[in-house]
Design a protein around this ligand. Sequence first.
Ligand code: ZN
Length: 379
Amino acid sequence: MDSQAPPGHWQPPGGPTSPLHERVACLVRELPKVDLHVHLSGAIRPSTAAELAGLRASELCLALPSRLMSYSDFFAPWNDVLSRVPETPNTAARLILELAEDLSAEGVQYAELRMSARKSLIDNSFPDWLEAIDHASSLGRSVYGVDVRFVLGFARHRLESATQANRLGNNLLEGLDLLRYTSVVGLDIWGNEDINRGLEFEVWLQGAAVCGLPISLHAGETPASHRLLRERVMALRPRRLSHGPVLQNSPAVVRMLRQRSIGVEACLTSNIVTQSGLPTTARVGSLRRLLDASVPVAFCSDDPTVLSTSLTREITVALCSSVITPQELRKTMRNSIVYSFAESSLKGELLSKIDSDRSGAILAEIEGCLDKVVRKGDL
Ligand SMILES: [Zn+2]
């Protein structure tokens, strides 16, 4: 396993930093950003997780992952902690507001949060839960100036079977169709794709058009899931795919993403920390192939607490590791807005901030910092 990235390539969390690196991070933090892929549960504050799970802080520290490992091993300790956190409407609202505050501190102005509707559909609290998260979304904007929207779905590994996935999925679609909360903007299913032999867990998503919601699909997170990508894209017509480090190595897949104008949510730290099947250079190289092929890429944080990262950190390390240039950063930031599920007026507002003189000056300063890095030969 490649626990040490070679010089000049992506460094996972805990990698070396320098004053220049810190300066780039400060500048990136000031940019008006959009994060299209944050799991609410994976973004929980550690102190809140300990409090709600009834654990002492020292017990939580033991649960934090400290080394690179396989996908399921990586998440196992956190799944254990998160399974103790009550999934009530009040808890969901609290986590959303705390995350809105944290996103605001990172300069994120719009975010789409992945949230599981499983528990609320099973115990019939779905209408109350929806009302609570919708209200929290309004508060996030009024209190912290962050527009938070929701992409709802399920984690495959928390479902009993494909039958349950489709029953709950159909209930979810019916509930959304009846209740029509504006803060719910998309649908997804995530977790270990190898549970599927075909698209058994995803049949319900073919009904997404009923409530007019687009799909952003976790896809290609494990080597075995590669063979199902075409079927997924054909059957579900996602507007965006997330993760998918394995898929990006296939020229046919890259062509399909470009031709169908499917956005890719790039979660680099997540892909690198949790994917043991490919060396780091190959996984970073696959992102370059997407960028070079003009596939619309957007940087995202995925599970910031679990992965010890943030959108600022993801972008900073991509810049300082020469994965992207500042010009490409502007393009990926525009992609985050154009491929978001936000209403068009909000997209226009966000795009004008990216294209503003202030953002231009920040990007120019980042370029100056990176030029110094090149001249010095290291960071
Ligand atoms: Zn994810």
